[in-house]
Design a protein around this ligand. Structure first.
Ligand code: 13P
Ligand code: SF4
Length: 302
């Protein structure tokens, strides 16, 4: 009898003592095959505590790098090396050093959607789930540089009441969601709750009922008494929302919010990765040591 892809994946997973971590935006079949599906914060925590020898990371490159930084003794694999994050590429370590030279007293908060080199130049990391708390805990007399996401930075600055110098990076996928999309969706689904990700533009955020990370959106929708929701984030999250809330209805704010990088990983590539032990992600030691400090400071906050 022919072994299905899923059976093959599970057999290889046991043979390699591997754990599969997948982000909430991955293809439905990739999420369903994973041991843990979550947001960037949850995935970092999961990577930090796994007892597996191998982590197969289904997400984009900075997430696998974070896992490699937190678990230098594990083998971290990605199914495809081309799954990068355009927003993370919007700031380089060199550019950040230049910005720091202009603000020598400032502290640098870097969104985890960034390279290991940028994290190594930063004081503390944050994710969309804890950016507000990270800002709130920084000394009140310090200036703050926030890289690379200007939308998350602006949202977290407003929520925490902190003044922040923003880097002009943004998520091309979330910026496809327009304020008009929200208005039209509200008109088409009166009474629906609007829940959006803080990577959306500030005019979209201003029209939402709640703003949260991907796992936060799952929690809001689970706990809400409403039965219908308009979701302002990457469309991959709708799979879990529908799976976990079969009696509720979910509408994407925009079907255009589809991140091609997140969809590069497939079941075939996952099988191949565990078969061939490809593609390994490693971070050079001096960079990893500094970047780990910034990530660990974040994990201590929230
Ligand atoms: P979160 O799951 O942390 O909200 O991440 C959003 C994102 O865009 C990751 O690429
Ligand atoms: Fe990067 Fe945006 Fe895609 Fe997330 S959704 S990987 S932030 S481009």
């Amino acid at each position: 009898m022919t072994e299905t892809l899923l059976e093959k994946l599970n057999r290889l997973k046991s043979a390699r003592n591997a754990v599969i971590l997948a982000h909430n935006y991955q293809r439905a079949e990739v999420q369903d095959a994973a041991d843990y599906v979550g947001d960037s914060l949850g995935l970092s925590r999961q990577a930090a505590k796994t007892t597996a020898d191998v982590i197969l990371f289904c997400g984009v490159d900075f997430m696998a790098e974070t896992a490699a930084i937190l678990c230098p003794e594990k083998r971290v694999l990605v199914p495809d090396l081309h799954a990068g994050c355009p927003m993370a590429n919007m700031v380089t370590a060199r550019e950040l050093r230049q910005l720091k030279a202009q603000h020598p007293q400032a502290l640098v908060v870097c969104y985890v959607n960034s390279s290991a080199e940028v994290k190594a130049e930063s004081d503390v990391c944050c994710t969309s789930a804890n950016a507000v708390q990270v800002l709130e805990r920084l000394p009140a007399d310090k200036d703050i540089l926030f890289v690379p996401d200007s939308s998350l930075g602006q949202y977290a600055a407003e929520k925490s009441g902190r003044k922040v110098i923003l880097w002009p990076g943004y998520c091309p996928t979330h910026h496809r969601i327009m304020a008009d999309d929200i208005r039209k969706a509200r008109a088409a689904h009166p009474g629906a709750e609007v829940v959006v990700h803080p990577e959306c533009t500030s005019d979209v955020v201003a029209l939402a009922d709640s703003v949260a990370s991907t796992t936060g959106i799952l929690r809001v929708c689970r706990e809400s008494a409403k039965e219908e929701f308009i979701i302002g984030t990457e469309v991959g999250l709708l799979h879990r929302l529908r799976q976990e809330n079969p009696a509720k209805r979910f509408h994407p704010a925009s079907p255009q919010a589809d991140c091609p990088n997140m969809k590069i990983n497939t079941l075939e590539k996952m099988v191949w990765a565990l078969e061939e032990m490809i593609y390994p992600i490693t971070v050079p030691q001096p960079i990893a040591v500094k970047a780990r400090l910034a990530i660990q400071r974040m994990l201590e906050v929230a």
